[in-house]
Design a protein around this ligand. Structure first.
Ligand code: MN3
Length: 341
């Protein structure tokens, strides 16, 4: 009997711990075509190794890096994970980038590729690059210029314009890296040697010329429509807004203990808080937030911060500080709402 009870307990425990174990969060996307389908432009062997060895290795390493557990804090998708890459996290940067970049790459390739963009994308290309042909020439030139390994991208920027960007290694324009034009990619071309060496050897130009035969503009149109309406554009703007981030940091540092009656940090750091608020009001407000009342709201934040700082440094009663804090909290929430929506 005891054995039976132990057995039942053991089974129950195994089941529970089995369920609790995290399944790998990110998975290899299914290829919509066979390895040989893009011949003669991309050969079958290259496709097979590229997809089942290179991409798979990035994916496995990404899942091993623990980044898959980030979903617990609301960062569920690979796109959102990419937004958090700021150059410090080498594993997520390289392997997450490798997974995101290749997933997009397989998607925009097709044996039955539509050769010319139509609709809104075609109009945008014409307005910005004169023709699809000149856009392709520009992308090929950027791809040739990229020293070593990397990618060339067509992106939608937070201003909802198109731009051509090239990145090194497995970086991409979603990442929050210094000196990089950011946006949501709608088309990416892999210019690593592993993408073309077996067939084209060292002739990257030959590969770049021929790949456009299998780039499916129907898919790029879909990506463009999704990108211009993507909430990622605002998130990119928000995370690139350094003054906002710095104000947030000092504000939450002071506000948290103050909420429970500890005003020591508020008193010692209120000068810094005023400084960061003023920097915020002088900073360039990102494009996504410019059509709102944001300037007025930032103005209110600055004046409430100054009020609070004055009160805090005058040794007033806690009641006064509490009231000023509440006033600031109110306008701060207003600002947060604009930037988060
Ligand atoms: Mn590759």
């Amino acid at each position: 009997m005891t054995r039976l009870i132990l057995f039942v307990f053991f089974m129950a425990f195994s089941l529970i711990s089995g369920f609790a174990q995290d399944e790998p969060k990110f998975t290899l996307p299914e290829l919509k075509y066979g390895f040989e389908a893009l011949e003669p432009h991309i050969d079958a062997k290259t496709m097979e190794i590229h997809y089942s060895k290179h991409h798979k290795a990035y994916l496995d390493n990404l899942n091993k890096s623990g980044a898959n557990t980030i979903s617990a804090s609301g960062l569920g998708t690979i796109e959102e994970l990419m937004l958090t890459v700021d150059g410090k996290q080498a594993s997520v940067r390289n392997n997450g980038g490798g997974h995101y970049n290749h997933t997009l790459f397989w998607e925009i390739l097709s044996p039955g590729a539509k050769k010319m963009a139509e609709g809104k994308l075609a109009t945008a290309i014409k307005n910005q690059f004169v023709s699809q042909d000149s856009l392709i020439k520009l992308m090929n030139a950027e791809g040739l210029k990229r020293f070593g390994s990397g990618w060339v991208w067509l992106i939608v920027t937070p201003l909802k314009t198109l731009a051509v960007v090239s990145t090194a290694n497995q970086d991409n324009p979603l990442m929050n890296l210094e000196d990089m034009k950011r946006g949501v990619p709608v088309l990416g071309i892999d210019v690593w040697e592993h993408a073309y060496y077996l067939k084209h050897q060292n002739k990257r130009g030959e590969y770049l010329n021929t790949i456009w035969n299998v780039v499916d503009w129907a898919q790029v149109e879909k990506n463009y429509e999704a990108a211009v309406n993507s909430p990622l554009l605002k998130k990119i703007d928000k995370s690139s807004w350094k003054a906002y981030k710095e104000f947030n940091q000092i504000y939450s540092q002071i506000n948290l203990p103050a909420q429970s009656g500890d005003y020591s940090l508020l008193k010692s750091k209120s000068g810094e808080l005023v400084e960061k608020a003023e920097m915020l009001s002088k900073s360039n407000i990102p494009a996504s937030f410019q059509n709102t009342d944001i300037k007025k709201v930032i103005g209110k934040v600055v004046s409430e911060v100054k009020d609070l700082s004055k009160a805090a440094t005058k040794k007033p009663k806690d009641e006064v500080i509490k009231q000023k804090l509440a006033d600031l909290q109110l306008v701060y929430t207003e600002l947060m709402n604009i930037v988060s929506n």
